[in-house]
Design a protein around this ligand. Sequence first.
Ligand SMILES: CSCC[C@H](NC=O)C(=O)O
Ligand SMILES: [Zn+2]
Ligand SMILES: [Zn+2]
Length: 373
Amino acid sequence: MTSKSPEEEHPSVTLFRQYLRIRTVQPKPDYGTNPALSSILLNSHTDVVPVFKEHWSHDPFEAFKDSEGYIYARGAQDMKCVSIQYLEAVRRLKVEGHRFPRTIHMTFVPDEEVGGHQGMELFVQRPEFHALRAGFALDEGIANPTDAFTVFYSERSPWWVRVTSTGRPGHGSLFIEDTAAEKLHKVVSSILAFREKEWQRLQSNPHLKEGAVTSVNLTKLEGGVAYNVVPATMSASFDFRVAPDVDFKAFEEQLQSWCQAAGEGVTLEFAQKWMHPQVTPTDDSNPWWAAFSRVCKDMNLSLEPEIMPAATDSRFIRAVGVPALGFSPLNRTPVLLHDHDERLHEAVFLRGVDIYTRLLPALASVPALPSES
Ligand SMILES: CSCC[C@H](NC=O)C(=O)O
Ligand SMILES: [Zn+2]
Ligand SMILES: [Zn+2]
């Protein structure tokens, strides 16, 4: 399966490696966008996250392929593989002269890795997006190390929260009362206790997957000017990922009450606050799911439906009423998105092209929905 020399390389792999060489690295991505749109929307983002080159076995923008067939590059899994797999599957279907009742469109969008605010979030509000009349979308998923394929039907909502605590300043040698640090410590403790509770809930229930509970990490601590000066202000930043079944109003009240319980002058602000989680049904009431899962069954692919722990552009697509599944056809692959030595085996990549070549005709042939007739 693995080609030994450039002459023998499968043309789909060559195209994939060419795409990987384009440096679409934030914050100054060199985009090579190739947008197209349809009633089946195949979405992928072109930007990738930064690299720590010194931790890589190979140049992350060379798309080096080792003797076993592993292709090393930033974007090999997230998600330049999927972009080329879409294109290759569509190309195959066109070469074979297929025609389907539904149009297939592809979008290659920017800025997903920094929240999609200048990308898909804006695009779904544009008349150009609505003119596509997208009925269903595929977007990225995550690799699965086992034989199975993970498919995401919903996402946790990112809430990025900064808690700012103000208190009495003074000399570092004194027992000053009501300091910013003491009060911030209380809030941090409350939030980390909540984190522990959610972690235990996940650990103790084998049926729960990571995306089904709310996670939080303390990601930034700021404040202070000198060892011997008690600061008047300190802040802590948290990355919450709120599970889709959480009562958002009650959860926000909980955050506020942790701040109030810490004392006077403790406030919170949101840097991200997604409020519109949607669930795409994974039963036969959803004709898109029925078509998707039937093809997987026919191909003997086992599916593991889950809630996406992170945030992707699917949240914007679902929020405007378009059902979407997050699916990267990568099994038997270690999860290396955003990691050093992100890599993908060319055989897995090519198998993914086969999978889309089967999925797309089925999705593009879903009979008219009641709402469409
Ligand atoms: C909340 S906007 C940031 C989006 C980002 N997406 C992929 O990693 C994430 O951190 O999930
Ligand atoms: Zn991604
Ligand atoms: Zn990513």
